[in-house]
Design a binder for this molecule. Structure first.
Ligand code: B4P
Length: 190
């Protein structure tokens, strides 16, 4: 089984590209953003707490997302798992490595979508208008999310760079063009 992380700042196209990858490779898609939004939808205690943080552009506590992922991967039976939006901190990365290690597995590839900051802001604000997603509505919140990424998430890339599984993909351009770039890399893995 392959374990792949799709990485990048908010608005870089992680969720968008994940849809194509899971459809082509039958991977299990684990998006912590989607899992949190499902909790919000169900109005659970966890969801209510997460919503407050997400609407401010802050990260949800590590323990919460780590437990979510732990519950999902323990019984996974598929050719691969695609981690989307996780790990987002060094603590999350170390917890993930440990979970996989216990299962005799590891991260095989992390690919990072590289997108200019101006483009990220435009994409997120556009989605806010189109979809009404609450954390895409205000420019201040979008900027806070990018700031959180630069402060807490970017360093996760170095962690996997040291493990020699890190790869950059140009995330600018048409969605299909970017999917082709990702496919080329994933095909070399399988
Ligand atoms: P996520 O749901 O992961 O959302 P995101 O980082 O904003 O990116 P997303 O994947 O949805 O968007 P995409 O780039 O595909 O996180 C939301 C929040 O949840 C976080 O801020 C945090 O609070 C919390 N959270 C989640 N995981 C967490 C964790 N592990 N730890 C702590 N907190 C966590 O696309 C954006 C837009 O761009 C879309 O509208 C899309 O259509 C468009 N787009 C994509 N590709 C494009 C292209 N090539 N050209 C033009 N537009 C494009």
């Amino acid at each position: 089984m392959k374990n792949v992380i799709i990485f990048g700042p908010p608005g870089s196209g992680k969720g968008t590209q994940s849809q194509y990858i899971v459809a082509q490779y039958s991977f299990l898609h684990l998006s912590t953003g989607d899992l949190l939004r499902a909790e919000i939808e169900k109005k659970t205690e966890l969801g209510l707490q997460a919503k407050k943080l997400m609407d401010q552009g802050s990260l949800v506590p590590d323990e919460v997302v780590i437990e979510m992922i732990r519950n999902k991967i323990s019984n996974a039976k598929c050719p691969g798992v695609l981690f989307d939006g996780f790990p987002r901190t060094l603590n999350q990365a170390k917890a993930l490595d440990e979970m996989l290690d216990k299962m005799g597995q590891k991260i095989d590839l992390m690919f990072a979508l590289i997108v200019e900051e101006e483009e990220l802001t435009q994409r997120l604000i556009k989605r806010g208008v189109d979809s009404g997603r609450s954390d895409d509505q205000s420019l201040d919140v979008v900027k806070k999310r990018i700031q959180e990424y630069n402060l807490k998430t970017k360093q996760v890339a170095q962690h996997y760079e040291q493990k020699k599984v890190f790869f950059e993909i140009n995330g600018m351009g048409k969605i299909q063009e970017i999917s082709q770039r990702i496919k080329k890399k994933l095909d070399s893995l399988t």
